[in-house]
Unconditional design. Structure first.
Length: 486
């Protein structure tokens, strides 16, 4: 453009070449050429595959799933000398599966269908722990009304709970709901043979809807809800910051009511809430009898009267130790059963590595007063009332695995003055904590910069003249000190 502009102004070819620092031949070529010059191959490009293209296309037409590696071996027997990448590029471009596929739009009558899907999002801080964030999404086929709910797991109990919340949000439920082959819904899907999860099928029968599964590797079968996950990301999630699971779920309700279901839908040209009024008349009513939404687990009661669930420990009456009990986990609580008998109910702790106990579960335990406990009690008595209170309170509070902590506390106490150990024990009693790690921290802070007893001994007996002489006693003297000896 610069060459032609200067030429129209009357600038000579030599001056144009000098000004643009190019050759005169280049200036002449651009002036004489109409439009932008391009490179034209004088002879058509000859590929090493030219003699084999008909064979390859025929093989892929007869066997659409044949691999490029198999075709490469076949061509080598025919004298092909080219590389595998050359062949694989050709196969990828000409395989019949890569041809555009047409799909028939599937529209439904009011109250007939809904589609369900999960989406995975960035981890979220859930009570101090980073947990994966998932989004449950369900859309009614006719009105395009949508409901979403964020969770930190995709268990069957969570899936069922989200369904019930969605039914209440829509004011009813459809006749059929379409799913992909998620394990919580479909346990086996081979061809037309579909086996549904027994627990989920029981839930579907309770509320009266029919679950349907899409064909394997066929996401287009539930394209309506597939697209909604992307819409949730762009319209609601991206660009926002959420402090907790409760925060994001509170915000998504506002978004559902004021944005998602009140916008003009691109396909229907109407607001989903407006069409929902028409569809709600065709939806099934929700049963008054609620479904028992819980996750059912089997747990063994340990000898310390605790069962484990999600890195936490929950107490059970001591009469059930070494038994296998049934645990029903609800949204905020868990219930422990022995057969059909309810043993206890606990509020689920959102933190990790916690002991959730009820004092009544330990009442009536007959504890040994001699043996290891008696030996530890005797050693703690060296530290006065603080030591006695510490060991007695530990036993009274039924602190788990106390011998481990007592052993380490006593070993550490040998390297510190008794006065500091007593102060540390008193401080631990004030806070009702009996862990060795906590005691060690408290003891180190109390001692401050003072050195331990072991580091204070710097002079041996042979270097001191004022030490008393060693008294040698006969062996009979030590025999009299042993209880029961004559």
């Amino acid at each position: 453009m610069s060459i032609k502009t200067l030429h129209k102004k009357g600038v000579s070819i030599r001056q144009i070449a000098e000004q643009l620092k190019i050759s005169r031949n280049t200036v002449v070529k651009y002036i004489e050429h109409d439009g932008l010059p391009g490179y034209n191959r004088k002879k058509p490009y000859k590929s090493i595959l030219d003699n084999y293209k008909d064979y390859l296309i025929g093989r892929m037409k007869d066997y659409p799933k044949i691999t490029a590696e198999r075709l490469h071996r076949e061509l080598q027997t025919k004298g092909f000398k080219g590389s595998y990448p050359t062949l694989s590029n050709f196969v990828r471009k000409h395989r019949p599966d890569n041809e555009p596929q047409a799909y028939e739009r599937f529209e439904t009558e009011p109250g007939q269908w809904a589609q369900v899907d999960w989406g995975e999002f960035d981890p979220i801080n859930h009570f101090g722990v980073q947990r994966k964030l998932y989004c449950f999404s369900i859309m009614l086929g006719y009105s395009r009304a949508q409901y979403i709910e964020y969770t930190v797991d995709m268990t069957i109990a969570t899936l069922i709970r989200c369904h019930v919340n969605a039914f209440k949000y829509f004011g009813g439920l459809p006749q059929k709901i379409l799913y992909d082959n998620m394990k919580t819904v479909v346990t086996e899907h081979v061809g037309d043979h579909v086996v549904f999860n027994a627990r989920f099928l029981d839930f579907a029968m309770h509320y009266g809807f029919e679950p349907k599964a899409t064909a394997v590797n066929y996401p287009e079968g539930k394209g309506k809800v597939e697209r909604t996950i992307g819409y949730v990301r762009t319209s609601f999630y991206t660009g926002s910051r959420f402090d907790s699971l409760n925060h994001i779920n509170n915000e998504r309700l506002t978004w559902l009511n004021k944005v998602c279901n009140t916008r003009i839908h691109g396909t229907t040209g109407e607001r989903p809430f407006d069409r929902l009024k028409e569809e709600r008349a065709k939806l099934q009513s929700i049963r008054n009898e609620e479904y028992d939404i819980c996750e059912i687990l089997l747990r063994k009661v340990h000898k310390d009267c605790y069962i484990r669930y999600q890195n936490n420990w929950y107490s059970v009456p001591y009469t059930n130790i070494k038994k296998t009990v049934t645990v029903k986990v609800y949204e905020r609580e868990l219930k422990v059963y022995d057969s059909d008998r309810l043993l206890t109910t606990h509020t689920i702790c959102p933190f990790h590595h916690q002991f959730i106990r009820k004092p009544e579960h330990f009442e009536g335990i007959v504890r040994r007063t001699r043996g290891a406990l008696a030996r530890y009690r005797e050693q703690f008595e060296r530290y006065g009332d603080a030591g006695v209170d510490f060991i007695n309170t530990t036993v009274k509070e039924h602190f788990p695995n106390p011998y481990y902590h007592w052993k380490n506390i006593l070993e550490l106490a040998q390297s510190y003055p008794s006065y500091d150990v007593q102060k540390a024990l008193e401080r631990c009693l004030d806070y009702k904590t009996f862990q060795f790690a906590v005691f060690r921290t408290v003891l180190e802070r109390i001692s401050g910069n003072r050195e331990s007893i072991a580091s204070m001994i710097t002079v041996c007996a042979r270097c001191r003249d004022d030490l008393p002489e060693i008294v040698t006693r006969p062996l009979d003297y030590y025999t009299t000190l042993v209880p029961g000896s004559n």
